[in-house]
Design a protein around this ligand. Sequence first.
Ligand SMILES: *Cc1c(COP(=O)(O)O)cnc(C)c1O
Length: 421
Amino acid sequence: MKPHLEDHLRHLPHDELPAYVYDLSGLRRHAQAIRDALPERVELFYAAKANPDPRLLEVLRDVVDGFEVASGGELRHTREVLPGARLAFGGPGKAAAELAQALEPGVERLHVESEHELRMLCALAAGRSVEVLLRVNLPIGLGDVPLAMGGRPSPFGIDPTCLDACLRLLAAHPGIQLRGVHAHLASGLDATEQLRVIEHLLTWAAQWARARGIPLDEVNVGGGMGVDYADPHRLFDWRAFGTGLLRILDDHPGLTVRIEPGRSVSAYCGWYVTQVLDVKHSQGEAFAVLAGGTHHLRTPAAKNHDQPFEILATDVWPWAWERPAVAGEPVTLVGQLCTPKDVLARRAPVGRLRAGDRVAFAMAGAYAWNISHHDFLMHPAPGFHYLDAASPDSARTACETLQPAVSPQPSRGGSVVQHGG
Ligand SMILES: *Cc1c(COP(=O)(O)O)cnc(C)c1O
């Protein structure tokens, strides 16, 4: 962890733990590196569902080309936070009211998920126009992919056998303009696998459009760029991905290709920091019970992995008796919930971990707070803190109190720290 970040996590007031800390300057640098690795012709949209925190969205606005929203709620939120941003509206199961929202000005692309959805859109359009992509579920052999959304029976996207019916509808409704196709087939692929899927998809799309005599302006190839929770330092190879895309694009002159990653953009900027409440042994195994848990950071439960963490040892111990501790043996890190599923990391090797030490969980910037079951057991919500990206070359330090960004619950407060230099 970067020294200024560690310094911040160590000095957070004890009563503000657990807390989320977002390294916004780190986010900006990371997103910029992704943008720089991509060919100019490739548009980078951020999938807001990974983390729609307004401050993250504001940082990303300066770097990405637009945002993918996956519900009427995300559409409203992103529009409010980033008026004028380019928006693509996707997501399965759009209700009529959500389609009506998509017909209001400001949605640049709508990703159509089914023939019925397209029929509703046509019925609701009433003279208004919207530009759409048809989301297809192509039968691509993806192998053993962590989170497959397509290439097999799936509720996402349109089966290729239903596309002609969609084209007939579109021909009868000139206000609904077809710009191309969309496919988000899997999550967790490395650069080589992603490129293989994309090449296949673009070849299919070009042949399909040619055979049907329709223009193909753009293909959105989705997100799903892999991150490695077992090794936070092993990043998706954006350079190899960009180079590979450049080669693939040679075969498709004039085509706009868009990607919409979420996790691989924002996962690394978030930290969930908390404190060890207790350490105990049970039938020969060591457990550390932490303040908070998977109701704040559901990611390890949802993905059934060990969340990577760093220990910030603290010497403060207010009690007269010996600190409960574990040293030189694996320890399972759990939260405060009354369920055996509340596990953040299993049998993790640690040098030493004591009650009162702080633990900072890494890679908590995507699918973390916003996918968690906050209300279970009614513990207080974490504080939210932002190491600010606004002015990298100013020496200003500012603190302000914030409501938690995406929480209906009372906050423990929060802060913005701007790091100069
Ligand atoms: C979730 C999702 C994304 C983002 O996926 P990541 O794995 O976070 O990169 C992009 N497009 C669609 C359609 C999605 O459902």
